[in-house]
Each structure stands twice: as C-alpha cells, then as structure tokens.
Design a protein around this ligand. Structure first.
Ligand code: SF4
Length: 246
C-alpha cells in the first residue's frame, strides 16, 4: 500500500516545510551554528567589510581590513582623506571606485543622521546609501543578533549562495532576493534567521558549489531534491532554463 502523507517517511520528495527543519538542523550542526567569516570588532567594521566584500572573497577582504580598520577607525576618518587615497587602500577588493563612493556616502549619512553610530534596525539601516536588505541583515546577524530577534523588519540575508541553495532545496522558485527571503522566512524560525543564512552560505562555499556540487559528501543529501547522486536534476539550473520569474 502506498504511503499516505501521514506515514510516509521523510525524504527528498517530502514537502519543503517538512524538510526545512531537518536541513537547517544538519547545517547548523555541520557548521557550528554558523560563523561570519568577515573579521570585525563592531557593527561599523562589519558594515564596511560587507560593502567591500561584494564581488570579492572574505579572505581578500580580511587582508585589506587588517590595516584599513586601524587607519580608519570611524566614519569621519573615511571622509578625512582624499577620495584617491581611500581608493588605493581598497583597490585590491575590486570595483574600488564604486566601493569608495559607497563607503564615503554611508559614512556621511551615519554622521548626519545617526551621530556616527550604525543604527541596529532594518528600517534605519536601509536608509544608508548603498545598503540594501542583504547587507543590513548581515550586519544584524553578525554583530547584533539580539537586535535582529526583536526587529520585525529584519530577516534572512540572501546572497548568491543562499539564492542557489534555496532553489536546489526547492525552498523557492524565485530569483528576486526579497521574494526568496520571504519564502525562507516562512520556513525557518525567527531565532535562526541569522544562523540559517550563515550556514547556507558556508555550505554553498564548501560543498554545494555552483558548477560542481559535491553531493556525495553532503550532510543534507537525503533531503535534497537536486541531489546529483540520486539522479536528480539541479533545480537551480531548471529554474534558470525555464525562465524563472523574479
Ligand atoms: S545534495 Fe548536492 S545539490 Fe543538494 S545540497 Fe547537497 S551538494 Fe547541494
């Protein structure tokens, strides 16, 4: 007799609301609850590091910020040097001209609107130039998890890894980051909004590669509908080829 919805064992074909807690628990266990790999000692430093990390690697950004954070301890320091000097200091992060503008713009806004302090509320963070929900969620998750818990507007940081893995897990069919975030917020408990993003990012970097996912050594393989070793098709690629709506 075929399994009914109530007695069917949990597997990769189960509904996403049934699979999500198991996938999250396994990833939290595998990655020690999730760590942010950008070195920082304050919300301000994490904000700067996150802006710099676009199109770069955390290893590269940590190299840069080792000296950058000593030279520029506060927002006023980024505005006290000529633009070209800051460009030189962050050149190796890539897109250094745009990043210089972003950093100086957000430093100006911090000084003008928030007494030079990083506001720890989503509604305030996204008023800073160049800061969208992803960056704001990273800053809250990495440096103010208590504030994230209490902030009804805060959510889950969605980057390229979270986007890809959310599709592979069958957690979303969207490509738009805000829509993916909403789908994930329905699946994960609020107390794990920060850690869920961190562990999914780590899994995307270390195991579930964009081109060659290492399904054979994956701790969530039994619940993944995109497992290549189970003969499944990559749902991230399927979504793309079907012209997945944003
Ligand atoms: S089974 Fe493969 S596709 Fe699924 S999460 Fe693991 S590595 Fe990624």
């Amino acid at each position: 007799m075929p399994d009914s919805p109530t007695n069917r064992p949990l597997d990769r074909d189960s509904g996403k609301t049934l699979r999500a807690p198991h996938i999250l628990a396994a990833l939290l266990d595998e990655y020690d609850g999730g760590v942010i790999e950008l070195d920082h000692s304050s919300p301000f430093e994490l904000l700067i590091a996150t802006v710099l990390s676009a199109q770069s690697t955390d290893v590269k950004i940590n190299e840069i910020t080792k000296t950058l954070f000593t030279k520029y301890p506060g927002p006023e320091d980024y505005l006290a040097v000529p633009e070209e000097e800051l460009q030189d200091d962050i050149r190796s992060s890539g897109f250094f001209r745009q990043k210089t503008k972003s950093i100086r713009g957000l430093c100006q806004a911090l000084l003008a609107d928030f007494d030079g302090e990083v506001p720890l509320r989503m509604a305030d963070l996204v008023t800073l130039p160049g800061v969208a929900r992803k960056t704001a969620n990273v800053v809250l998750a990495g440096s103010a998890p208590e504030a994230l818990l209490e902030d009804p507007d805060a959510g889950i940081a969605v980057d390229t890894h979270v986007t890809r893995l959310s599709k592979r897990f069958g957690f979303t069919k969207h490509s738009d980051a805000v829509k993916i975030e909403k789908d994930l917020m329905r699946l994960f408990p609020r107390e794990h909004y920060g850690s869920a993003s961190l562990v999914i990012i780590l899994h995307g970097r270390r195991v579930c590669d964009a081109l060659r996912p290492a399904c054979g050594g994956c701790v969530v393989e039994e619940w993944c509908p995109s497992s290549l070793i189970a003969g499944r098709r990559d749902k991230a690629k399927q979504a793309k080829s079907l012209g997945d709506p944003a």
